[in-house]
Design a protein around this ligand. Structure first.
Ligand code: ZN
Length: 140
């Protein structure tokens, strides 16, 4: 695997189940064990019912572009060959939102509401990043 030049997420104890699932190319989010509300990123307390009990559950990986921004400045040398690139907020079908990147779509072609599905990028032997790709019309 080539050296990865961009910053690599620090895997905290709280987020470890997310990264372990991503390594297996599964997308999971935290779920309150009491009221079943989903949340992401991981938090200790449920903002809906204040319970401290939680589990991790697999989600569909399908959703839509909720918001996005296009980066034109190089804020880190690892992105020098990447600008302009888009950072997207994806709202999953289950309702939770994730910040990620859209792959295979030029920033000028990104639209709010565009249907997307998760794809996985193995950036190191330990870390896999969930990213998103456009869902073709009619695909499931
Ligand atoms: Zn709750």
């Amino acid at each position: 695997m080539a050296q990865y030049a961009k910053p690599i997420p620090v895997v905290t104890d709280e987020m470890r189940p997310f990264f372990e699932a991503a390594r297996e190319h599964r997308l999971v989010v935290q779920q309150c064990a009491k009221c079943r509300a989903l949340r992401f990123p991981a938090r200790e307390v449920c903002s809906n019912c204040l319970s401290f009990e939680s589990d991790w559950v697999e989600v569909s990986g399908r959703g839509e572009v909720f918001s996005f921004g296009v980066m034109h400045q190089v804020y880190h040398p690892g992105f020098a060959g990447q600008v302009p690139y888009a950072t997207v907020v994806v709202k999953l079908e289950e309702g939770v939102k994730m910040v990620s990147n859209l792959v295979g779509v030029a920033p000028s072609d990104i639209r709010i509401g565009m249907r997307v599905r998760v794809v996985f990028e193995d950036i190191t032997t330990d870390v896999t990043l969930p990213k998103f790709a456009a869902l073709q019309p009619g695909a499931t």
